[in-house]
Design a protein around this ligand. Structure first.
Ligand code: FAD
Length: 602
């Protein structure tokens, strides 16, 4: 096979894979600067998972309570359990008000205060005066913030003439002999045809891989395709052991109830009706960060204070908020209660359990969105021609645990920053496209050829289900070393099964079975990166809590099991060489003083 074969070829300045908030914020910057931009998406742009974001976007506007970016910076570092890079966190928190006002000027329909300013609600882990009291920092459009944001960005992109390739699935990155990325291969889902898209710059914005777990708040399309593409192109994945469980997924259904519920005053109760979070987090109570609240819920259930016939869930009580507030501020939550739990949340509490929600790790980048991969000792070495933003990337602002509202913020800040950096690079040093390597499409074509040639084997769906069950079992809210070690073996065995997946229906037109089979090859990369990195990290930090390493808050050396001496470092899992390496956390911010590590209590 070679590029000379009869594949269609198109050329762009920039190809963006993903039309969620991050991809469309970047594309807007590029098409407004007059560059020729293609945005690929597996679904219509406004159906990307960003549309499901409910609660809000974090920015220290101080519209409703005293606030400034220093507080936001401090909260984010503490939330990250000191694994976040402080330069990137400073950049994000300083830029936050700017990108939110910009979004407002693009037409974002935020809720308003009486004086016309943007409405802001409290959210988990966001405080004033360095942890003293909750602050109102989440800029919200009812409980449909992501919906409003994604439509606003789409409209602006249409106005700026961004070219969308809808229902096109990117398959693999094309790297040349110098290691530079020169484009992608993609499958046009409607026809089954494979295309080569050449680009001076390629940007991955493919969102999260939440579908590696069985119970997830994530959309079905969140299969970690960007992670798979990076892994197959020999780019290591960073900090994949850190997965966020959201405290309030509807029990049994997985659908999310935003933290905005608790921001508006909802309370978690155990079987005795007790507001148990007062015991664990006297200051922030129900609004402590997510990793913390999820563990407390799990603890209550373990100790026999769960609700229901099997004592296996917690109640989220909003009845005291009143029907008017609920219908005004949380209209979607009201509908979800009705549709997914058969509960009228204005009259009775709703059953919830911690549910997988967000990946803190991803493709390593610097604050310009450029992908970095270690070259010898140089862990800041840039992969020419490749950027990543949004949930698929790891810059790292979320460290070991993300604060709610900081993801929508990171999409805007780093989508915009990457866009600006790409514009500068292309305009300051105009150049033509690099020549495509002869084997440009070989990797993608061989993956497809294997599926098309298969006559026996397992179905993609069955292998994917086993993968999800295994991840759920071996890498949950509470982990043990034994469970993770077993998980490494289990996922390695599933990886072998992925190689033998068969495709019964070989037709070309809208063959969703082929898409699913290709997605499983991405799921396995995300899952293996997660389980191997998790089993290697022998401490408790943020969302990674391992029973074997738990200690008390008063343990001077390892408070709460966190081992800063050995483990204040980022993990890099390299699928190509089957090996882990590490790089230091950036403790030095850009302009202010560093926030030194301390015990994380709330
Ligand atoms: C239910 C829910 C509620 C949330 N609420 C909040 C909130 O209130 N505040 C907050 O800050 N965060 C929230 N989050 C997190 C946040 O919404 C996500 O992290 C963020 O929206 C991800 O945006 P993204 O641009 O990275 O990717 P996404 O919005 O997930 O978009 C990914 C895009 O990539 C495309 N794609 C993927 N693979 C391919 C491929 N192979 N080829 C072509 N296209 C591809 C998809 O089609 C899609 O367009 C929430 C998340 C969930 C699940």
């Amino acid at each position: 096979m070679s590029v000379g074969s009869n594949l269609s070829r198109r050329k762009f300045d920039v190809v963006i894979v993903g039309a969620g908030g991050s991809g469309m914020r970047a594309s807007l910057q590029l098409s407004r600067a007059g560059l020729n931009v293609a945005v690929l998406s597996k679904v219509f742009p406004t159906r990307s998972h960003t549309v499901a974001a409910q609660g809000g976007i974090g920015a220290s506007l101080g519209n409703m309570s005293e606030d400034n970016w220093h507080y936001h910076f401090y909260d984010t570092i503490k939330g990250s359990d000191w694994l976040g890079d402080q330069d990137a966190i400073e950049f994000m928190c300083r830029e936050a008000p700017k990108v939110v006002y910009e979004l407002e000027h693009f037409g974002m329909p935020f809720d308003r205060n009486a004086d016309g300013s943007i409405y802001q609600r409290p959210f988990g882990g966001h405080t004033a005066n360095y942890g003293e009291k909750p602050v109102q920092r989440a800029c919200a459009a009812a409980d449909r913030t992501g919906h409003a944001m994604l439509h606003t960005l789409y409209q602006q992109n249409v106005k700026s003439r961004t070219q969308f390739f809808v229902e096109w699935m990117a398959l693999d990155l094309i790297r040349d002999a110098d290691g530079d990325v020169v484009g992608v291969t993609a499958l046009e889902m409607e026809t089954g045809e494979v295309h080569i898209l050449e680009a001076k710059t390629t940007l991955l914005a493919t969102g999260g891989a939440g579908r590696i777990y069985a119970a997830s708040t994530n959309a079905f399309i969140n299969t970690g395709d960007g992670l798979g593409m990076a892994a197959r192109a020999n780019i290591p994945l960073q900090d994949m052991e850190f997965w966020q469980f959201h405290p309030t997924g509807v029990a049994g259904a997985g659908v999310l109830l935003t933290e905005g519920c608790r921001g508006e005053g909802a309370i978690l109760r155990n079987v005795n009706g007790e507001r148990f979070m007062e015991r664990y987090a006297p200051t922030l109570k129900d609004l402590a960060p997510r990793d913390f609240v999820s563990r407390c819920m799990d603890q209550e259930i373990k100790e026999g204070r769960g609700c229901g016939p099997n004592k296996d869930y917690i109640q989220l009580d909003m009845t005291h908020l009143g029907g008017d507030t609920i219908l005004k501020r949380l209209p979607s939550v009201f509908e979800i209660g009705h549709n997914f739990a058969n509960v009228d949340i204005t009259k009775e509490p709703i059953p919830v359990v911690p549910t997988i929600h967000y990946q803190m790790g991803g493709i390593p980048t610097n604050i310009n969105g450029q992908v970095v991969a270690p070259k010898g000792d140089d862990y800041k070495s840039v992969v020419n021609g490749l950027y990543a933003v949004g949930e698929c990337s790891c810059v790292s602002v979320h460290g070991a645990n993300r604060l709610g509202t900081n993801s929508l913020l990171d999409l805007l800040v780093f989508g915009r920053a990457a866009g600006n950096h790409i514009v500068d690079a292309i305009k300051n040093a105009p150049r033509s496209h690099k020549e495509l390597p002869k084997d440009a499409a070989d990797l993608a074509l061989s993956r497809l050829a294997r599926l098309d040639g298969s006559t026996s084997g397992e179905y993609a769906q069955d292998v994917a289900n086993d993968l999800r069950a295994s991840m759920q079992k071996h890498a949950g809210v509470f982990r043990t070393q034994k469970m993770m070690d077993e998980g490494v073996v289990s996922i390695a065995a599933i990886r072998e099964r992925v190689k033998g997946i068969t495709l019964k229906d070989k037709s070309k037109v809208f063959n969703t079975a082929r898409i699913e089979a290709l997605e499983v090859e991405n799921l396995i990369e995300a899952a293996q990166a997660t389980i191997v990195s998790a089993a290697a990290r022998r401490e408790c930090r943020g969302a990674h809590t391992v029973n074997d390493y738990e200690r008390g808050a008063d343990d001077a050396e390892f408070p709460l099991g966190r081992n800063d001496r050995e483990w204040m470092k980022h993990t890099l899992w390299d699928s190509a060489t089957n090996s882990l390496s590490y790089k230091p956390v950036q403790l030095k911010p850009l302009t202010v003083e560093s926030v030194p590590p301390k015990v994380r209590t709330f």
